[in-house]
Design a protein around this ligand. Sequence first.
Ligand SMILES: Cc1ncc(COP(=O)(O)O)c(C=O)c1O
Length: 380
Amino acid sequence: MPRLSARLKDLHGSPVRAMLEASLRPEVISFAGGLPAPETLEDIELPPPPRALLQYGPTEGEPALRARIAEELAAIGLDCPAERVMVLSGSQQGIDLVAKLCVDAGTPVGVESPAYLAALQVFRFFGAELRPMAPGGWGPGPAPALAYVTPTFQNPTGRCWSLEAREALARACAAQDAVLFEDDPYRELVYDPSERRPAASFMRGGSRVYQGSFSKVLAPGLRLGFLAASEDLYTPLYRLKQAADLHTSRVGQWAALHYLNDPGRPERLRRLVQHYRVRRDRFAEALERRLRGLAQWDVPPGGLFFWVRLGAGVDADALLAQAAERQVLFTPGRHFLADPAGAPPAIRLNFSNAGEAEAERGLGILGELLAAATPAAHAA
Ligand SMILES: Cc1ncc(COP(=O)(O)O)c(C=O)c1O
């Protein structure tokens, strides 16, 4: 037997990644991942890059792209010089780098409950002790070393924090030396007026990392994200990035810069948001038709997901097994919980990827299965 790292005992595969291959089969209706609608990828222009970009490049990213990202961040209230902006190979890489930066075995990490499952997976891998916290902070107990939050259109709930909660978390992190790690990949997918100012923009002093992604508004296959860090964290993050991959693909960075500089970008974004707003509304109507009385949900003001709470006693994993037999996929809610034991059953449904007719059909199947699985439904 080869001797492998002791860390591997906390390495678990992502259930969503495991379903990806199946979810791409045309006969499968997938509510499982966070995939953009395929038709939104069709009008993306990919200009051929200058040949010089085929050479190795700087670890932090292309200077022109970093400068443009810094401008975008200033426009949303986050002052960060371009020298502290780093281009990432997807914002998932930011989670990995920040975990390497902050987490040892037993390090307390504050996370929302529920929270993005692939972040929980990374923090667990580095041995974090995950501590569920509410929007706004961790309450009267001791501060975590790191607070990981998605205050805007969260994955999986779609929830958006109030201004007060954003300010409170920034204050608490600065006062108690917790690193504020704000993950913001959905902020542009806004369907109803919502508070979207980054929590990190309220931080005076203290240590923070804010990150965004090009995956949800441009193309996830480019694997492009970025982070902006406080001065104390930037250099170690830079060194960790160096060790991880030297730098992000320069060809992808070229595409992202082209996208940011395209005069047609605001109009493209407006069309994208409108497309998803309609899709969200149709999905909400289909949920009403198919799952009413069997589950509860809030209509998300932005992002790509509905968080659907099931009746007590429903087994979401058994439901998935039955749904998968009928070519319908979703993600059971327990994967998003730091402490799933005894949590009420829930599932996450993505509404961006399936077309309207497919969504109606898929939710019809879920409705049938849920009606059979929900104890209260039998009693009614
Ligand atoms: C909250 C959150 N953070 C990070 C990511 C990773 O995105 P990417 O690596 O494609 O930028 C996702 C993807 O769904 C996400 O939902």
